[in-house]
Structure formats: structure tokens, C-alpha cells
Design a protein around this ligand. Structure first.
Ligand code: PGA
Length: 247
């Protein structure tokens, strides 16, 4: 089973840092087994540069967001076909920072994921509960609803990936227990399986939220976890490379 190690740089990074980080990641990925898929998601302006930097290596490049439309009068936005044209193979959609800070609904996330798939990108569709939702015992229900509302019609086994990122675990240093992660992932896999054709391969569900070299091996060793989506630690070559090694 492929284990995904995805770095989400958020709004950090400049050309020189991108160059040296990409170099280190390419080397770490070359030492990893074939079943490890490393993807770097820099700010949009660095996508072309990273595509060049990882050329000839198995490392992929992704965007952090795309629009619900392929083109149009949408000042400040970029579309899935543009990312594809720039050489990206992936795009994160529905990250909790987009949902919370930009008011994105699951319906918009669904449209973005649909655009990504039509453009030939693999969307990494993010879902996750808030702390209040977890504390009130609604985490499984909330996440299932997000998954169902965010999955586009053209989503078929293998052309998209999900990422479970509890909102309260992002950038906080806190993570759910391994047991809670496994329970949620199994739940998501079941929810998606019920939507897909019988016999489809189970969906890959990545975990995200305060993934560090210290907890990566444990999280990645769970069969229900197909990889990790890494924020803060993906900006430090040493930390990100040791997460790749953990895979
Ligand atoms: P973090 O971010 O690893 O810094 O918690 C994860 C994410 O936002 O994808």
C-alpha cells in the first residue's frame, strides 16, 4: 500500500529556501521504498520552480487550493487546469484554513475537487472536526457529513485522496490518540466504500495535524492510515526528511 508524505507549506517559503528544501527532499525520497509517494505543496508562485527542482525524481508537486471554475473573471484565483499546466499533479482542497478563514463550504470543496479531477490532478480533500464537535461526541458524524458533501461525482477509486485533519490538532502540537485516528480513518473508509462501486480499492486517507518526526512512525504504521499531511514540520528539511524515513 502506498504511503503518502505530503508537505503543505501554507504561506511560507521563498525561492532559495524552496531550492534547498526540494533538494533535500529529493534525496530523502530517493532512499525511500517505491511505495512512498512524496508530494510538496508550496505557495502557487513556487509551483513552477519546484516542478523543475524535482524533475526526474518521484517527488510530486501540488497546489494548496484551486477555484471551482476552470477559468473566468475571478481576480486573485488560480484554477486546476493552470496548476496542471504548471506541472503540478495534486491539489489540496478544503483545508480547514480555507474552510474557516475563507468560509468555504463542502459544496465549494466538492466543486473544486471535481475541477481538479477533470484537469487530471489528484485532489487531496481535507475534512476534520473542531474541538467542540469532538468534545460533544459528534466527530464521526460531522466528518462523515463533510466527506459525503465534499466528494464529487467524478471521484472514483484511485483518482482522489482524503485527509483527516482534526481542526484542533493543526499547528497546536496536539494529536488525537492513535486509537482515535484509527477509528476515524476506518469510519471514513467505510463511508466512502458505501458510495463507490462494489469491489473498489479502499480510499487512501491521510492523517494531518501536528505530525512530527516523533509521532510519524506510530501514525504511519497503522494500516488504516495511508500517509500524512504535514504543515509546520514540512518547512524544515531535517524534520520532513525524517518523516519520509519513518514511512
Ligand atoms: P501542522 O499542519 O502539521 O502544522 O499541524 C497540518 C496542516 O495544516 O495540513
Amino acid at each position: 500500500m502506498t504511503k503518502w508524505i505530503v508537505g503543505n507549506w501554507k504561506m511560507y517559503g521563498e525561492p532559495q529556501m524552496a531550492r534547498s528544501l526540494a533538494q533535500a527532499v529529493v534525496q530523502a525520497a530517493a532512499r525511500a521504498p517505491q511505495q512512498v509517494q512524496v508530494v510538496l505543496c508550496p505557495p502557487a508562485l513556487l509551483v513552477c520552480q519546484l516542478v523543475q527542482a524535482v524533475q526526474g525524481s518521484p517527488v510530486g508537486v501540488g497546489g494548496q487550493d484551486c477555484h471551482t471554475q476552470p477559468e473566468g473573471a475571478f481576480t486573485g484565483n488560480i484554477s486546476a487546469p493552470m496548476l496542471k499546466e504548471a506541472g503540478a499533479g495534486y491539489v489540496i482542497v478544503g483545508h480547514s484554513e480555507r474552510r474557516a478563514l475563507h468560509g468555504e463550504s463542502s459544496e465549494q470543496v466538492r466543486q473544486k475537487a471535481a475541477q481538479a479531477i477533470s484537469a487530471g490532478l489528484v485532489p487531496i480533500i481535507c475534512v476534520g472536526e473542531t474541538l467542540a464537535e469532538r468534545d460533544s461526541g459528534k466527530a464521526l458524524e460531522v466528518v462523515a457529513q463533510q466527506v459525503l458533501a465534499s466528494l464529487p461525482e467524478n471521484a472514483k477509486a484511485g483518482n482522489f485522496v482524503l485527509a483527516y485533519e482534526p481542526v484542533w490538532a493543526i499547528g497546536s502540537g496536539k494529536t488525537p490518540s492513535t486509537q482515535d485516528i484509527v477509528q476515524m480513518h476506518a469510519h471514513i473508509i467505510g463511508v466512502v466504500a458505501a458510495q463507490q462501486e462494489k469491489g473498489s480499492a479502499p480510499v487512501a486517507v491521510l492523517y494531518g495535524g501536528s505530525v512530527k518526526p516523533e509521532n510519524a512512525a506510530d501514525i504511519l504504521s497503522q494500516g488504516e492510515v495511508s500517509g500524512v499531511l504535514v504543515g509546520g514540520a514540512s518547512l524544515r528539511a531535517e524534520q520532513f526528511c525524517s518523516i519520509i524515513e519513518a514511512a
